[in-house]
Ligand binder design. Sequence first.
Ligand code: SOE
Length: 387
Amino acid sequence: MKQKEIRIGMIGYQFMGKAHSHAYRDLPFFFNTKIKPVQKAIAGRNESAVKEAAEKMGWESYETDWRRLVERDDIDVIDIVTPNHTHAEIAIAAAEAGKHIITEKPLALTLEEAHQMYEAVQKNGVTHMICHNYRFAPAVQFTKKLIEAGRLGRIYHFRANYLQDFIMDPQFPLVWRLKKEVSGTGALGDIGAHSIDLARFLVGEFKEVVSIMETFIKERPMGEMSSGLQAKSNNSTLGEVTVDDAALFLAKFENGALGTFEATRFAGGNRNKNKFEINGEKGSVRWDMENMNNLEVYFANDEPGLQGFRLINCTEEIHPYAGAYWPSGHIIGYEHTFIHLVHEFLNGIANNYQPEPNFKDGLKNQQVLKAVEESAELKQWVNIAEQ
Ligand code: SOE
């Protein structure tokens, strides 16, 4: 089979860099695709660290200045896995250089930047994607199919909790994720953005929101963390935490459904508990990332006496993406959601269509993030269309 090579240049190489590198590497192995991602080069400022990362994660070469990567004519795609405050500058430069772009979420630091990024990709006609990977779990894609087929009927409720606990220790350092000028928001944009994306994917557009946000630990010791999200600092110099530790909000959707959202990094014992439940007139579904192959489904027309949630293991050939892997019942994991995501992205490039979620989705997501922040400040409902 003749394969089309798509040459990738990735900027950054920590946690998400590892997830993306693995996805490029394993995509051709599992999916009989005509596309061959080529891990051409990565960029990072620290030469010995970026060299080591390139070798470990299978990249052919490295650069110590991301601008060099964007200029290289042996690169088709720029993959951005750097902290949020760098997304706009890199993405706009990449679009102007005619590169296709895939970026980590949230799209930008601010809504203004998100608009500029969307304009740049539109103007330069490049393919773009944002990494809301949880959409690509087979159980979530299957939920979408159930909804589209009308199996849940009219949707009444979308109930999401995204719960983590990795910063609960007061000695956890003041890393970039806790600084507004680098990350934009805290739990809201880091994990709440994923719930917002799932809601937009499965239910529809947001109309208005009302929220509360809290920062429980207002000062932390200076320090860094490893890519594994674990850290402790004994530095006696403290700095101010300028983002939310938790963001809770209610939403009304344009189609009349109601949403309940909770994004927190202070839910002890919950490492990466990304959950949702949807209740519709004809049925309900429940999903939990920590058991991501399973979907709980309830149908109101099941016969009396047998009603209740049933457990579906989404590993059958019929479940989206599942057939590319193992026989039924042989589960897949977190990393596979990224394989599906880059599969969709590279297909979009090769076959000239705009994959989803893309920068437009990132922009709409950012409108919701901004409205949630504004609502917490104003203590009132905020309309999304006014963002
Ligand atoms: C840290 O909270 C983090 O790595 C997020 O940045 C990711 O988007 C989420 O999927 C897992 O947790």
